[in-house]
Design a protein around this ligand. Structure first.
Ligand SMILES: C[S@@+](CC[C@H](N)C(=O)[O-])C[C@H]1O[C@@H](n2cnc3c(N)ncnc32)[C@H](O)[C@@H]1O
Length: 356
């Protein structure tokens, strides 16, 4: 299936996947037609219930066959068939890790019942003990940190709940919206799934790629991808979307608001503490302490920048040769000294000692 690497292909997913000789996907994300009457370019989403269920079982089995042994399988589905998909997953030998509710804003209006504002996302794995889950990649700032300023809070934040309400549906007025597809997933939702369950270079498969969201996000996050859609028109448009999205941020994710003052404080902190970016990357405690010092120094303790974001910015500065060489001696770093002495010297105090 290497011929399908970084490709979006036009065709029927069951047929195309049956040609794969061996498992190739580290992650499958599937957002099939929900059988609710949408008219897609080459598919009318209104099928007799038993036929839809038989077809669902077939495409899910085709995906399981190409999923690597440690792979993850996410499926988005509506209320009508959620229970069936959950049971088919079990029949196919998958283990359910989360039944996620995607609670979206901008749901469709109804006249005589409550407006629908959610979809289901099943998170299955093939092997219940051996799978990728990059918790630090998806942690969010906890209420303990944000509201209660609790010092015992994990400096890396907490894992998101299984009700996701931070991703609005992609409506017509959104910049992100590709007008040629009726049903587009938000990039930021896909980014959470891909970051959590794959490593850089891993292969992400989307058997119903539609407007190409999954492949676009996989490519932005330096993963490889294979997309399939029955519509040659969608496939051509999705390929264009990928071409112009290179080096763009994930749509909807607010880039860090850095200013030159933050950068100079960060550089100073780096030289002052003499800790390399590699060391920060490898040592959670150090990077937590470093982040704390940074937030203290720039006055963002109330809404702190996360260690991973600070490290990302440091790496960016290092790559652009904006950090300068680190003058190190063989003594322990000042942060570890502080720990050893059991005394915490605040970043602000240090800052006021600056003589440069
Ligand atoms: C809900 S949409 C996917 C939207 C996608 N997640 C996105 O963000 O744009 C479902 C897609 O499945 C495609 N489709 C329907 N039957 C298919 C089949 N048998 N094989 C591959 N694609 C199919 C439709 O053309 C449609 O684009």
């Amino acid at each position: 299936m290497d011929t399908y690497k970084n490709k979006i292909i036009a065709g029927d997913c069951i047929e195309l996947l049956s040609k794969a000789k061996e498992p190739f996907a580290d992650l499958v994300f599937a957002d099939p037609p929900f059988n609710i009457g949408y008219q897609y370019d080459k598919y009318h989403d209104k099928v007799e219930k038993n036929n839809y269920l038989a077809w669902t079982k077939d495409w899910m089995a085709a995906c399981v066959r190409v999923l690597k042994p440690h792979g993850s399988f996410f499926i988005a589905i509506g209320d009508e068939y959620a229970a069936h998909v959950r049971l088919i997953g079990e029949e196919l030998g998958l283990t359910l890790r989360n039944w996620i509710i995607w609670h979206y804003t901008f749901g469709q209006q109804t006249k005589a019942k409550f407006a629908r504002s959610h979809a289901h996302i099943f998170y299955f794995v093939k092997d219940e003990k051996n799978f990728t889950f990059n918790d630090d990649e998806v942690r969010v700032i906890s209420d303990r940190q944000k509201i209660y300023k609790d010092k015992r809070a994990n400096p890396f934040g907490k894992l998101p709940d299984d009700v996701w309400n931070e991703f609005p549906r992609v409506c017509g007025t959104f910049d992100e919206r590709e007008g040629w597809h009726p049903c587009q997933m938000p990039e930021s939702l896909l980014a959470r799934i891909i970051r959590a369950s794959t490593m850089v270079g891993d292969r992400v498969l989307d058997p119903f790629s539609g407007s190409g969201t999954t492949c676009v996000v996989a490519s932005k996050l330096k993963r490889t991808y294979t997309g399939i859609d029955i519509s040659p028109h969608y496939v051509e448009e999705a390929k264009k979307r990928i071409r112009i999205s290179v080096d763009e941020p994930i749509a909807g994710e607010v880039p860090l608001k850095w200013n030159s003052h933050f950068d100079s404080e960060l550089k100073w902190l780096y030289h002052e503490n003499k800790i390399t970016t590699d060391e920060l990357e490898e040592n959670d405690i150090l990077s937590g302490l470093f982040a704390n010092k940074f937030n203290l120094r720039v006055g963002t303790l109330d809404t702190p920048y996360l260690p991973k974001d600070i490290l990302k910015r440091l790496v960016y500065l290092r790559k652009g040769a904006k950090l300068g060489p680190l003058q190190r001696n063989n003594k322990k770093t000042s942060i570890s000294k502080e720990k050893q002495n059991g005394k915490v010297v605040s970043g602000r105090d240090r800052c006021s000692c600056k003589t440069v």
